[in-house]
Design a protein around this ligand. Structure first.
Ligand code: GDP
Ligand code: MN
Length: 348
């Protein structure tokens, strides 16, 4: 009935309410969530907030992806909450397994060592498949091919402010391709050779490196070493066409061959971030100050009282991580030559 990899689609009647798209207001975009069946109540909380703060006025679609078939409870609960169409996709085995060039014995040995060192998710196979999938495959799933823009949503996130301006449309209208709300330093132990791989890619594919890039966000010595700064990818609004471009695909393919998704524990956050900072122009990366966001353990609460009041925010400004020592957001502002907002120094 459905093409391969598509488990089901629940279309939503509009109840007579005209969709913003009817006036040319909406863009071609979807929410996307990777989840397991047992994540249903945690993703339900996230959806409720996204709907209350934004999507109830826009009815954008929501794509759910899983390496196992979604069960009826998951489909029922999520399709009742989402005001747009919901689509359920199965991840093909080839995108969620060890590629043939990976030495599985070596990978198992690494997991054992990382587990002894108590590195977070160090012993997990599924977490590695998840990171590789988010790095290189979700945007190529058959259900995603219909869309130009995505917004990634994870279980148990919070949104603290109204979203009064459509982030998808903002991206499209302003020539943005990738965006973030939180940034920080990656654990060195999970990515010891990621920068070596990235440098190899840069030397093999200079044609993909943007002239006006944001290397200064990633490196303090002009590219020699990685400072471990990355955009936190559990929140992303971005361009699917960029991820599907030859530049990004060449980048992912090159990293994937080097094996660090399995021989180390490369996260999709540093993988996406390095790509964005090297292959996009400075002004194609956007920091959403006005999207107030929480994913354990960090909060982005907008800087600026007027914004917080206008958007009916309920976050405590002192929880804002942006200007604290372990955040990289200040470096981002410096790297792209943006002036830090008024009052940021009081929030350190
Ligand atoms: P963390 O935020 O890095 O601690 O990782 P999460 O546990 O939140 O996982 C990241 C995303 O991948 C979330 O959307 C999870 O629901 C999803 N996820 C993690 N592991 C799996 C898995 O084995 N299968 C599926 N289908 N989704 C997963
Ligand atoms: Mn998470």
């Amino acid at each position: 009935l459905y093409p391969s990899g598509v488990q089901g689609i629940t279309p939503k009647p509009t109840g007579g309410v005209p969709l913003p798209e009817a006036d040319g207001i909406r863009v071609n975009a979807t929410f996307v969530t990777l989840a397991r069946n047992h994540d249903v109540w945690e993703i339900a909380r996230s959806i409720r907030q996204v709907e209350d703060r934004f999507n109830r006025n826009y009815h954008y679609d929501w794509v759910f992806l899983n390496d196992q078939p979604f069960d009826d409870t998951f489909k029922k609960v999520t399709s009742a909450l989402v005001s747009g169409n919901t689509k359920y996709g199965l991840i093909p085995k080839e995108h969620w397994s060890f590629p043939e060039w990976i030495d599985e014995k070596k990978a198992a040995q690494v997991r054992k060592e990382m587990s002894e060192k108590k590195i977070i998710y160090g012993d997990s196979i599924s977490y590695r498949h998840m990171c590789r999938y988010e790095s290189g495959f979700f945007f190529r799933h058959p259900l995603m091919l219909d869309y130009e823009w995505y917004w990634r949503v994870e279980p148990s996130i919070e949104l603290f402010c109204d979203i009064s301006e459509d982030p998808f449309k903002f991206m499209a209208d302003n020539g943005k391709k990738y965006s973030f709300t939180l940034s920080l330093y990656e654990y060195e132990e999970t990515i010891p050779t990621l920068w070596k791989s990235a440098k190899k890619f840069m030397s093999e594919h200079p044609e993909h490196i943007a002239e006006d890039n944001t290397m200064a966000f990633l490196s303090d010595d002009n590219g020699e070493t990685y400072n471990r700064c990355h955009f936190w990818s559990n929140f992303e609004v971005g361009s699917l066409n960029w991820l599907r471009s030859p530049a990004y695909i060449d980048y992912f393919t090159s990293l994937d061959k080097d094996g660090g998704f399995f021989y180390e524990r490369w996260g999709d956050a540093p993988v996406h971030s390095i790509a964005a900072a090297l292959m996009l122009k400075k002004d194609e990366i956007h920091f959403f100050n006005n999207i107030a966001y929480y994913h354990v353990p960090f909060t982005h609460c907008p800087t600026g009282e007027k914004t917080r009041l206008d958007l009916k925010c309920h976050c405590n400004p002192s929880d804002n991580f942006d200007w604290k020592g372990y955040s990289c957001t200040s470096r981002f502002f410096d790297a792209v030559g943006m002036k830090k907002p008024e009052g940021y120094e009081d929030e350190k």
